[in-house]
Design a binder for this molecule. Sequence first.
Ligand code: V07
Length: 243
Amino acid sequence: MAAQSDEITIPKHVAIIMDGNGRWAKARHLPRVAGHKEGMDNVKRIAIAASHLGIKVLTVYAFSTENWRRPTDEVNYLMGLPVRFFNHYMPDLMAENVRVNVMGYLDELPAQTRQVTLDAMDQTKNNTGMVLNFAFNYGARKEITTAVQQIASAVAEGQLAVDEINEKTVADHLFTASLGKWQDPDLLIRTSGEERLSNFLLWQLAYSEFVFTDVHWPDFTSRDLEKAVQTFSHRQRRYGGLK
Ligand code: V07
């Protein structure tokens, strides 16, 4: 039998549900926000590792539309993280040629938080490397509902016929439309043991591979990312063999 090739298939678009910051902190008798701070630092480490692996889009779920229900102090702390993130890491992102994108309902954010995300997108818009895509104040059902409203308006105004609506029409009205050929994640990773989607990218994950790990997000390393990519690659190869 021929030796198995050790080539691995790198997923073009990887999405991550970064769960377990609170549990990481609790295990160390630290406040929850200490976990969020460590989690924020890890976004940068994993983004650089993903870029080096040749991943084209890394989408990270930073804040969901449901997270507003958390205690006010925690929400306020979370709203400060984008400011800290870009203050600390913009030079590294520029050096790495990373383009920042933020998708979500940005008009509901505190003005300063919204402004730094817009500034980061603007400052990195000519970068040609990996897209670091933050899902921020994002919810998939709301995203799909908004798309339906926009499409219905186009029909009502006579710009679109009902029988012209197809899957591409829907995809074109989602936040991920701007990602072009890499709209749909090839691989979804969720850390910290839960195995649910939690209203993340419901449409875009229709054909993605899911990899779950018990590691809490602040402890998730570039080695864990490589392991997830390897799992993805092995599944791809098996699937490929059946075709
Ligand atoms: C947040 C750290 C990562 C784990 C998940 C919860 C806590 C980075 C950002 C961020 C968001 C937008 C942006 C730049 C950075 C962030 C929140 C929480 C709300 F443009 N990490 N991080 N935002 N955590």
